[in-house]
Write a protein that binds this ligand. Structure first.
Ligand code: UD1
Length: 419
């Protein structure tokens, strides 16, 4: 568990880790590339370990050189075993890559997750439109694609994972694929840049129409993973919660516009200088206008919990509306143990600021919800013990190291009482 003794103002500088949500599709993309790929700025996370185990199972050799992951691709297998699929719901992004490279794939359904149901209908229908035959049987997905053919695929909603899966499959198609109503997230742009560095022809990422000219043989490359905008949002919210003056080297302001706008509205001075972002938070925060999560460039669902944690002691009430996932307020119950005042009704949560928070034993319910508990703990009086931190390890290289570097009293201890 993580033990945080608060409150303490934060100060100092951090380098932002590479983006988890970019690294996972890039690792899936290495399946398409003959030869060696070197990923610089690759975050060391348990989800990345899971993706590495999938690659090794498929026949690739992977090793770390300092902060870089080296993948030597050779495919000897086109199946992903159920335990690896269960280990990480987003492992479904391997489907498009494997089927494109091997002409067949066998995976299990990723199932639901801590955020609620995690449907993959858009992934499957898109792949079927490109010519894949997919049989769903007893939780398994048997996929055959002797010949994939490019065409227009219209997504019912701009799913990040489905866009990425289709981009990967489209690289193996004969002809051109156009993905309409594609997700516009920066991680989709990072995947396009990576694929092009490997010899693919992909354009349009960042807009809602992505075009892939298929049929090219891809090779490995050396590539630098983009900075993690959600980890950056977490540390900005940590400074907003605890107060202080921090600088996040490598954070990209253009990826964080809705988050920094909310923090400014709350009273933090947030500035960017091209190399990073500085946040100075000295006063008690103010409540902000409604925070409605939406696909990029809207407010990210992944930053909802950490912003909520930062606003727990604000003056006034803030309304949150979660529009992406059904089950994304599970951290609320834990935050109320620390004295927070939050009312949830369906997809809406209303946070009424309180003057003080107090430390309490709390439990992570999911990755970002877990980070939110730590953000709140920094502002709470006394000791907060955050258990079930395996969720946090999926997405943060070393949250305790980073919070300590900013002056927080935080440590990671063995949980002996199983609370
Ligand atoms: C990615 C991110 C995740 C983030 C999410 C939304 C990764 C590894 N994960 O997840 O951190 O919270 O984007 O920004 O990049 N949907 C369907 N059918 C589908 C696919 C999705 O109905 O086939 C729905 C989902 O239930 C959800 C919405 O579409 O309501 C958005 O999901 P999606 O963009 O696909 O999220 P992920 O790619 O899974």
């Amino acid at each position: 568990m993580i033990v945080i003794d608060g409150p303490a103002e934060l100060s100092g500088e951090l380098k932002v880790q590479g983006a988890k949500n970019s690294t996972l599709p890039l690792l899936a993309a290495t399946v398409l590339c003959r030869g060696q790929t070197v990923l610089h700025n690759c975050p060391r996370l348990s989800d990345v370990d899971t993706a590495v185990r999938i690659l090794e199972h498929l026949g690739s050799r992977c090793h770390w050189e300092e902060g870089s992951l080296v993948v030597d691709n050779s495919m000897t297998c086109c199946q992903v075993p159920p335990d690896l699929m269960r280990g990480m719901r987003s492992s479904i992004v391997f489907l498009g890559a494997i089927v494109s490279r091997c002409g067949e794939a066998e995976l299990t359904f990723p199932g639901g997750c801590e955020l609620g149901p995690r449907p993959i209908d858009l992934h499957l229908s898109g792949l079927r439109q490109l010519g894949a035959e997919i049989r769903e049987e007893g939780g398994f997905l048997h996929c055959r694609a002797p010949a994939l053919v490019g065409r227009e695929v219209v997504l019912r909603m701009p799913s990040v994972g489905a866009t990425e899966n289709l981009m990967l499959a489209a690289c193996g198609c004969v002809g051109t694929t156009v993905i309409t109503n594609a997700a516009r997230e920066p991680e989709v742009v990072d995947l396009q840049s990576f694929l092009n560095a490997c010899g693919a022809r992909v354009s349009g990422a960042g807009s809602s129409c992505v075009t892939v000219q298929g049929g090219r043989t891809l090779h490995g490359c050396t590539y630098r993973v983009m900075p993690d905008r959600i980890a950056a949002a977490t540390y900005l919210c940590a400074a907003a919660s605890a107060g202080g003056d921090i600088y996040l080297r490598g954070a990209e302001e253009r990826h964080l516009a809705t988050v920094t706008a909310a923090l400014r509205e709350a009273g933090c001075a947030v500035t960017a200088d091209g190399a990073g972002i500085r946040a100075v938070c000295r006063e008690r925060l103010r409540a902000v206008g409604p925070v409605q999560t939406a696909p990029y460039p809207g407010f990210p669902t992944d930053a909802q919990a950490v912003l909520m944690a930062a606003l727990l002691r604000s003056r006034g009430a803030t309304v949150f509306e979660e529009n992406i996932f059904e089950n994304r307020y599970r951290h609320v119950g834990e935050l109320t143990r620390m004295g927070a005042k939050i009312r949830v009704s369906g997809r809406v949560a209303v946070v009424t600021g309180v003057e003080r928070l107090h430390g309490a034993p709390v439990r992570c319910t999911d990755l970002r919800g877990g980070a939110a508990l730590c953000v709140a703990a920094l502002a709470a009086e006394g000791e907060t013990r955050v258990s079930q931190i395996c969720h946090i390890d999926r997405g943060y290289e070393d949250l305790v190291r980073d919070l300590r570097a900013l002056g927080a009293d935080a440590e990671r201890v063995e949980n002996t009482d199983n609370s």
